[in-house]
Design a protein around this ligand. Sequence first.
Ligand code: PMP
Length: 375
Amino acid sequence: MNRVYLDANATTPLDARVKEQMSVWLDCGNASSPHAEGRAARDAIDRAREQVAALIGAHEREIVFTSGATEANALALLGSMRATKANSTFCSAIEHPSVLRTLEAVRNAAKLTVGAVDGHGTLVELPDGHALVSVMYANNETGVVQNVPALAERVHGYGGILHCDAVQACGKLPVDVAALGVDLLTLSAHKMHGPKGVGALYAKRGTPMEPLFFGGEHERGMRAGTENVAAIVGLGAAAELASVELSERNALWTRLHAELVGSVRAQIDGAHFHLAPTQLPNTLSMRFDDAEGEAVLLGLDLEGVAVATGSACSSGAAEPSHVLRAIGLSEREVEQSIRVSFHAQNTSEDVTRAVAAMCKVVKGLRALSGSSNAL
Ligand code: PMP
């Protein structure tokens, strides 16, 4: 029987239409070469740049292709810090490690302030005066969405730069850089049915930036290195599909979300959902009393259902999720938490099978631990 894959926030399956477009470009010229082979590769990259720019309402000249969101975040933060000689930075407590760890790594040069969030994961306060502020649009673990336009107004009020990690928002929410008011924005292909290892940074015209890599004029001097044409074509194709199918995907996720919450509540006692008033419809952070998240994940895996505990980056490592701790969950509750995240090809049948597997696994674990909360 087919497996049920409910871990889209870690990565999504590659869309067959994207794969087909990419396959043509696996073997191609160097986009910097002036001959026909090179020009063809350059044209393919230019088209992808238009598709990515269109997804977020940017100009093509504002898009820098990178090896993924981790690199785009590093370029945004380190590149703008170097260019502005920023001496203080601010980010929320629930940022992705690629933002938190980057800002921590340079805290000797620029003092880092980490802002607390409330029980839903919403940033509580944004003090004035930080030269560079980084706040994600939608969180990968709980799906909570921040009020980015309000943050942008605040940061621009005192002349700071706002970076936004929109990796989980792109392809799930409408993302318009002008409406958000951001200076820098990060996205990644593999979270929206594109390939792994490619992403982009949006840098608003005029934003002071220095590159991280030197030795080539690729990406308008912002990212030296021969472009991965097939991957960039895949990002472009995925971006176009994401904008065309945005409302259809959202309707699907809203329905699946309601079905999963309804079925779990009806069938399993002691189930809790970590929901925020404004959040991604594809993401569900939850926990079961008297059942370890790691054990639930492994049990579900044996039943053919793939979910996550915390984020993919922290599962596998013993470190409990900093995001769930920041929203006020106890150590015990964090350890019990799992994350279900839908992609564009999930179905109601996937939800039915996942909930049946959850009933079986949670019941088994509770029986083992002698819990009175049998189901
Ligand atoms: N930011 C967020 C919010 C993410 O979820 C991820 C992927 N887990 C990243 C950044 C890093 O993206 P990539 O895998 O493309 O480096």
